[in-house]
Design a protein around this ligand. Structure first.
Ligand code: HEM
Length: 164
């Protein structure tokens, strides 16, 4: 029951996150030539508010719920770690999108399709990779995993006994 609830939360929030990652770059690139300053400012503030109050909280909840799922579903397998690498890139793209929203406020000429299309394609590609991994659950042979990931680092917590 808990697993179902957390997975539902994970999927609901990541749908909102992914929708934002596709919509925001395109909205940033809309042609604003000839638009009044007032309308342009309103669009920018709407983008900013959507990013801060909807897309980013959805991303944070999706990541927290996903992290809880690792332990609830006990998914300690190589495809999961490959998925986490792809999610890391998606998080980086999320940060870049936030930066672009601030940037076009100061430099409206940067709101160009040439910048938005690569971001859109990258987000779509990463989502496809993540979905193939999580839905296909491919068996990744352990010999493809680098040695340094498989070797204990011999680093200990800074106390003798683990507090319970
Ligand atoms: C740090 C971020 C994330 C973590 C830690 C995470 C972790 C997980 C875990 C552990 C599961 C359960 C897998 C299972 O039961 O076999 C899961 C399910 C799922 N995740 Fe994520 N995830 C993250 C981000 C994402 C993103 C960004 C997407 C999509 C673009 C995504 C798509 C899915 C889907 C579709 C499922 C359901 C798969 C199924 O039940 O067959 N996740 N996630």
């Amino acid at each position: 029951m808990l697993l179902l609830a957390v997975k539902t939360l994970h999927i609901t929030t990541l749908v909102i996150w992914c929708a934002g990652m596709l919509a925001l770059p395109l909205m940033l690139a809309a042609d604003h030539q000839g638009q009044s300053q007032e309308k342009y400012t309103r669009l920018r503030l709407t983008l900013q508010a959507t990013y801060i109050w909807v897309i980013t909280p959805a991303a944070v909840i999706a990541v927290f719920a996903g992290t809880a799922l690792i332990f609830l579903a006990e998914v300690y397998v190589p495809w999961m770690f490959a998925k986490l690498v792809a999610v890391g890139f998606l998080v980086g793209l999320h940060g870049l999108t936030g930066h672009a929203i601030i940037d076009i406020g100061e430099n409206p000429e940067r709101a160009r399709l040439q910048l938005a299309v690569p971001r859109f394609v990258a987000a779509l590609g990463l989502m496809a990779v993540i979905l193939v991994l999580v839905l296909g659950k491919p068996v990744i042979p352990l010999d493809l995993v680098p040695d340094w990931l498989m070797t204990p680092r011999d680093i200990h917590l800074p106390f003798d006994e683990v507090p319970i």
